[in-house]
Design a protein. Sequence first.
Lengths: 545, 275
Amino acid sequence: MRLAKRPARRALAILAVLATAFLTPAHPSAQSPIGRRAVTATGDRDARTWDAQVERMLRDGQLRSRGEQADLMLEGRSHERLDQYHQGVRVFGGELVRQAAGGQTVSVIGSLYAGIRLDVEPAIGPGEAAAVVETLTGVARGPEPAPELVVLPKDDGGYALAYRLRVLTPEDLSVFFIDAGTGGIVLRYSDLQTTVGTGQGVHNDTKKVSTTARNGTYLAIDAMRPPAIYTYDLKGNLARTQAYLNGMLTLNDSDVAADADNDWTDTAAVDAHAYAGWTYDYLYKRFNRLGLDNRNLTMTSLVHPVRRDDWASAPSSVLNLYYLNAFYAGGGIMVYGEGLPPGVTMGGRQWNYFSGALDVVAHELAHGVTDFTSNLIYRNESGALNEAFSDIIGASVEFYYQQAGSGYLKADYLVGEDLTAPSGAFRSMADPQAYDDPDHYSRRYTGSADNGGVHSNSGIANHAFYLAIEGGVNRTSSLAVQGVGAANREKIEKAFYRGFTQLLPANATFAMARVATLQAARDLYGAGSDVERAIEQAWTAVGVS
Amino acid sequence: MRATLTRAAFAAMLAASVLLAAPPALAQSTGPQAARPKAPPPRKAAPPQTAKVWKGRGFVVVSAGALLAAPGYTSTATFKVHAEDATLNADATVGIGPVFGARGGVRVWKNLAVGGGVAVTSTSQSLDVTGRIPHPFQFNQPRDVEGTASGLPRVETLAAFEVSWLVALARRVDMFVFGGPAYISVRQDMATRIQFTESYPYDTATFTGVETASVSGGAIGATAGVDVSYLVTKRFGIGGEVRYSYASATLKPSTEPATVGLGGLHAAFGARILF
């Protein structure tokens, strides 16, 4: 009987051995032959298991504590960060965070790297690594911080012994990993921490904003698009605004619009920043154009050039320029008026931030495009064409991003309708006469005011653009135009863009604009196309032949 | 995984060596063959094997084999990208992999034994991943991505209470039919985020992989199988078994739980000792 029991005991012992062997969590580095292993121990059992594992790795020198910090949100809790080490060299990115409450581990979260087989004796010193980077960037580094020798997990698997250095160049904040054996570059990446935040626009619409994290705050610096896009908050300092526009000073990081949590509440800055990006995107996607100069010129927006509350004491020139206006200042710089305080009306309307209108932002940026292309002289007919082109781009960008309709945040053929309450506009491309602008060449303004009526006579050309798309009857000539239809607006946009930016001379006339846009239509869509017909009918309807 | 397999193999070898090294004197029981007539009369039909009565005290089986088929699962995850929710859908296929197991039981009545078993399976999973990655500049304009990820480790451990019935099939061949409730635990990597690349104008995103989290859990299910052995000696045999197990566990790699089928069909070869 006794003898017979032994096999049973042995069998049970074997079962126990097997169960123990398989049920005990293996060391993470042992489970993965090579590469990153995520650790997400949050349950009681996992946390205890990993706590013991962490202690073992600390004793073995595979982990080193970076210190423990008290939890600022939950009393009694603390957080300890532990870096992974391989033979005394830090493994870049290998880190665990251990949360404790009352001495008990609550969670262990992080990444560990397994399968590291590296000789940690570098062939070159940190000074040589720094010299490599200085040669590459042309930027001399100081002695501190010294390049750090690390084990770098490579994207394609495996590891490299490398020196890590951060270098601020005029274009970027770069992190280099220099091979400690060969002196070659193992990895380089930008440490400009681009982020996407959200913000409330002038009309309380939520939109995304591309920002950059720096020193614990978020700056309105868009580094995700090919050109850098900056939005500066001048904080109502008119003197500083004017000094900057006159080249007397340069703006710096402290002037950039900023937000603490990347959930932006400065509506003027949000719209200026977002809409500048949208306009760049439109130019790129529609025309393959790389920004204002087609070379990704930096785009700079200035908001809050004056203080709203100072409006009553502002000279009329300042009121007209910095409160109730937006303008392109050259060199990729846009200035957006501050509008008027809530409740204050002018012309029967309240005036909001000028960056809050997408067509206004696109309009100003289109002046930059004109500057770098046909450079239409800003007076008389060429000036009116200059304005018309900006109106055309403004409306086109609206239709690209917004639903057609009326009211705020809708695409239409009104100019600046999102700026005022109640909603109004400066001009109408569909019906220029509604705003006392000419819709026909015979009605053009021939005086000298407004540089020869550039903001008025623009109605002739932008009405032709409208008719070529939407069709309709010109009120003055009563001539009907068969437009290509809203679904084909892209064709008219391209023809006008091509004609205005590539075919027109600086002192162009309306007649030249007709010829240029028709030629562009034939270039793009062939002779006799619907586009050519629509554009020809449109120019004829507005009296330009 | 390598270490896990090594440990499993070591344990299996340990178990096998202990059993194989057992002195004959330790097993005095008479197995099914003990009742077998030593010299059956010529031309006389043998008595029905099923009529044989197992008079031993119990058995132990250790085995090694492969997981042949396992249930897949689908998991989803939502994660923030560009200030908006991105989604991940992963259809997981569990690959074949080695199985190491052991069973044992004590005879309680006629050919009926009760006992337990454990089996450990180490496999990897491959994922067919689809997802939607938000656009960096515009809301509600996600980019579709898809791709595959493979080599995600998975270790499954089965512990079962089993009832076994011994059936003698031939002079040296018998079979256990067994089954019972089982607790199946699993530790596996599950996808939590899609890794991707993108570049201006960001109209597309390219899948490059997944980020994973190691998740564990378990559930009670059932297991059943047959084990056929050839008896080399009165108490030692070699043979094979086929086992099917199933349980359904809820795992939570992220905020969204996933129902994961555990178990599957495995076949194994091994050694049996009767005592």
